[in-house]
Design a protein around this ligand. Structure first.
Ligand SMILES: [Zn+2]
Ligand SMILES: [Zn+2]
Length: 343
């Protein structure tokens, strides 16, 4: 089969021939790839940023946002049939460790991550496990949803966590209406009665945010005037929840100024340090909450919202062999929505 592999760091990916994956354990599932999302993490992998973390032997096939059809399955697989249309939770988990037993797939102690530390989905076929496949509603196609397997899942995980505490009349501020943020906005409006304020530096992103249902949009001007705008909207008290999809370039240091007493600050993007006096944390009981990908159940719930038409992803489709163009377009900021490779 055709695969697109990392052959070395600081080098371009390469289209090669490789043997198809085979069933080697009773719970294995082999998926015929229908679509694979092209993610900024793929570029970071090529830059060598994951070399020490992933410890993967080169060459290997990347692509961690995958959907397609069940092609073959081990004897122990009872939850899907050959031919079923599926999206893949990005990790392959054991089901036996403490984290798995809590449904906390991301922290599984015996997991693999196809596309990061084993062969992924820039290919015709991919091996995963029975615990990772979610059947798609007949109305959804792999190319519509593949990128929701990582970007969408991460946004859903953080927003759903915040929504569990938010009450109607509470305020939620989303910082950043880009790739993850525009999914976060749709999820928040679908599952919460909180009033949603969206901040972005880009006018076009704010227009999209408004179209997607944001109650208020605020331009994130360099002068920081948006802090006062948010404080005015919230009667001078700040927001119960702030979800920071940026967390770099000063977004967190200004973001914390908009948080209400006992409010929660959800960090999804990364790059910046948090510099908050500890006396402010104890005297106001504010919380800082990290967010990493999401669980199987998070992804299953997100697929329900997608099937209901409440979460839509904008995609640009590329053929598998045009992987380099997809990567180049993403690097140059030329992709509208998410880039998808289709074998
Ligand atoms: Zn990704
Ligand atoms: Zn586990």
């Amino acid at each position: 089969m055709r695969v697109v592999r990392v052959v070395g760091y600081h080098q371009n990916l390469k289209l090669e021939e490789a043997p198809e994956p085979e069933i080697t354990s009773p719970l294995d599932v082999i998926v015929k790839i229908g679509a694979a999302g092209v993610c900024r993490t793929d570029i970071h992998i090529l830059e060598g940023q994951w070399e020490d973390k992933a410890n993967v032997k080169l060459p290997y096939t990347i692509g961690h946002e995958n959907a397609g059809w069940v092609h073959a399955k081990g004897d122990g697989v009872t939850n899907v049939e050959v031919g079923d249309k599926v999206i893949l939770h990005p990790l392959v988990t054991c089901g036996l460790c403490r984290a798995c037993r809590f449904g906390d797939d991301v922290h599984c102690e015996n997991s693999t991550f196809p596309g990061i530390n084993v062969d992924g989905g820039y290919a015709e076929y991919l091996k995963t496990g029975a615990r990772s496949v979610i059947k798609l509603d007949p109305s959804l196609e792999p190319s519509d949803v593949a990128a929701l397997a990582d970007a969408g899942l991460t946004a859903y995980h953080a927003v759903a966590k915040a929504a569990r505490k938010l009450r109607p009349g509470n305020f939620c501020v989303i910082i950043g209406a880009g790739g993850l943020g525009h999914i976060g906005i749709q999820v928040m409006k679908a599952i919460s009665g909180a009033t949603l304020v969206v901040i972005d530096r880009n006018e076009a992103a704010l227009k999209l945010a408004k179209d997607l249902g944001a109650d208020h949009v605020v331009l994130g001007k360099e002068d920081g005037s948006f802090v006062k705008e948010v404080m005015d909207l919230t009667g001078g008290k700040g927001a119960e929840a702030i979800i920071d999809f940026v967390a770099e370039g000063g977004s967190t240091s200004t973001g914390v100024k908009m948080i209400r007493r006992a409010g929660d600050y959800y960090i999804v993007g990364y790059g910046e340090n948090i510099n908050v006096p500890t006396i402010d944390i104890i005297s106001t009981e504010i919380n800082f909450i990290g967010n990493l990908v999401g669980s199987y159940n998070d992804l299953a719930e997100l697929m329900i919202l997608a099937a209901q038409g409440k979460v839509k992803l904008h995609t640009s489709i590329y053929k598998l062999e045009d992987f380099q163009k997809a990567i180049d377009d993403l690097s140059a900021g030329k992709v509208r929505g998410r880039a998808i490779l289709v074998p």
